[in-house]
Design a protein around this ligand. Sequence first.
Ligand SMILES: [Zn+2]
Length: 81
Amino acid sequence: MSAPSTQRGLTLFRLQSCQCRFPLSAEGEATLFCGAAVKPAEWSPGRPGGSYCQHHRVVARGIGSIGERTAVRVAGRLAGV
Ligand SMILES: [Zn+2]
């Protein structure tokens, strides 16, 4: 799945309210976040995915690849769940 073409990435300090906080890179203080506009009606930072744009909400909520789902199942079996 490709990201929206409008995204450039913003550092945490440049993010404002209603801008997507999905991390694009993990580089400590230099981490860039998506920064795409989020509709005020959908902005709810306290909820899972509530501070993500529509695109990253879908990405974050995805069910994962077959390999990822298998890994979860195997890990659960090994843990005796
Ligand atoms: Zn985003």
